[in-house]
Design a protein around this ligand. Structure first.
Ligand SMILES: NC(=O)c1ccc[n+]([C@@H]2O[C@H](COP(=O)([O-])OP(=O)(O)OC[C@H]3O[C@@H](n4cnc5c(N)ncnc54)[C@H](OP(=O)(O)O)[C@@H]3O)[C@@H](O)[C@H]2O)c1
Length: 313
């Protein structure tokens, strides 16, 4: 007898009747390419059908290879895997969008993506240097392009059938409202840091109203201090329901209506993170009402420079 709980197979409809995104997602921000290949394959075997990639992660080839291996072996079919990739800050100028998109597709060995996301709302100096800095070590931003111009170039990719959907990442609610108001094709997905220490309820409410999927990154708090997985509320629920703290945090993410991206290079953790089950309503309420700790772990929303900031516990 299998587990009848279907939470792990939740699919959230995308606005405009263009299909659905599996809520349970695997993030590929893994520095080593061999480890990326192995983790991607293990995640596909474990059941993950949503993968988040990015040109900035410099490992799209490894993901493409793992996907091809899995497709050939019959582990998964391309049409069942929701593949996201992201446009980097140095490619915001409209004429750079298509070449960047094509290069990502080539590396991932696919013709189209399920969602193409603007990685951050910050435009950096265009060019091949992904982290352009001046002589003082300061990021060189590009004042020659505004976000809505980049958005228009993404809309063209939808028109051409190359991106099934498009989205934003690391945006504030204010910036999201601006793009929603100006867009011909509305964002389908918004990828931001979100977990019980940073629940982003206002953003989630707006996304719900607009039919936008909130895709939470760092749903386990990225393993940083203060450690979400050591939180007494999460630990007590885990004990009560016979799941691990990670499974509790991930189930909470899906049950409150978000999709998530979790990452591990350890096969047993990858399987653990897929094996989530529905939490009782009192557990959902306790996580919302009894956790007072509030922490943002990643400063990318303020600068466009990604980075989790370790802090003392
Ligand atoms: N848009 C953006 O700006 C942005 C920024 C950051 C991340 N992301 C995306 O979001 C993805 C996920 O972010 P994240 O890595 O911060 O997610 P996360 O799942 O919150 O944190 C991953 C960390 O938790 C550990 N971990 C994983 N499963 C665990 C478990 N069951 N028990 C205990 N520890 C566990 C991992 O260590 P081990 O590997 O040792 O297991 C890893 O250090 C990234 O890969 C990327 O795709 C996007």
């Amino acid at each position: 007898m299998g587990d009848p709980d279907t939470l792990r197979y939740t699919r959230i409809p995308l606005a405009g009747g263009i299909g659905a995104i599996p809520a349970v997602g695997f993030g590929t921000l893994i520095p080593d390419r061999g480890a990326t290949r192995k983790a991607t394959l293990t995640a596909l075997e474990a059941g993950f059908r949503q993968f988040d990639c990015a040109e900035r992660y410099r490992n799209e080839e490894a993901i493409g290879e793992a996907m091809q291996t899995a497709f050939k072996a019959g582990t998964a079919r391309r049409e069942d895997v929701f593949i996201i990739t992201k446009l980097w800050n140095t490619n915001h100028r409209p004429e750079r969008v298509k070449p960047a998109f094509d290069a990502s597709c080539r590396r991932l060995k696919i013709d189209s993506v399920d969602c193409y996301i603007i990685h951050t709302p910050f435009a950096f100096q265009p060019g091949d240097e992904q982290d352009p800095r001046d002589e003082r070590g300061e990021v060189i931003y590009d004042s020659g392009v505004i976000l809505v111009e980049t958005w228009r170039a993404l809309e063209t990719l939808v028109d051409e059938g190359r991106a099934k959907s498009i989205g934003l990442s690391d945006v504030s609610l204010e910036k999201l409202r601006e793009i929603v108001a100006a867009a011909r094709i509305k964002p389908a997905v918004v990828q931001v840091e979100a977990h019980p220490y940073l629940p982003e309820w206002d953003l989630l409410d707006f996304c719900r109203e607009q039919g936008i999927v909130l895709l939470a990154f760092a749903p386990l708090g990225h393993g940083l201090d203060p450690k979400l997985l050591d939180d007494p509320v999460i630990k007590a629920i885990a004990l009560r329901v016979g799941k691990t703290p990670a499974q509790v945090a991930l189930a909470w993410a899906v049950q409150r209506g978000t999709a998530f991206l979790t990452t591990s290079t350890k096969p047993e953790r990858i399987r653990e993170n897929f094996d989530i089950s529905t939490l009782p309503e009192d557990a959902m309420r306790e996580i919302r009402e009894e956790i007072a700790t509030k922490v943002r772990f990643n400063t990318v929303v303020g600068t466009g420079v990604p980075g989790f900031i370790p802090r003392a516990s």
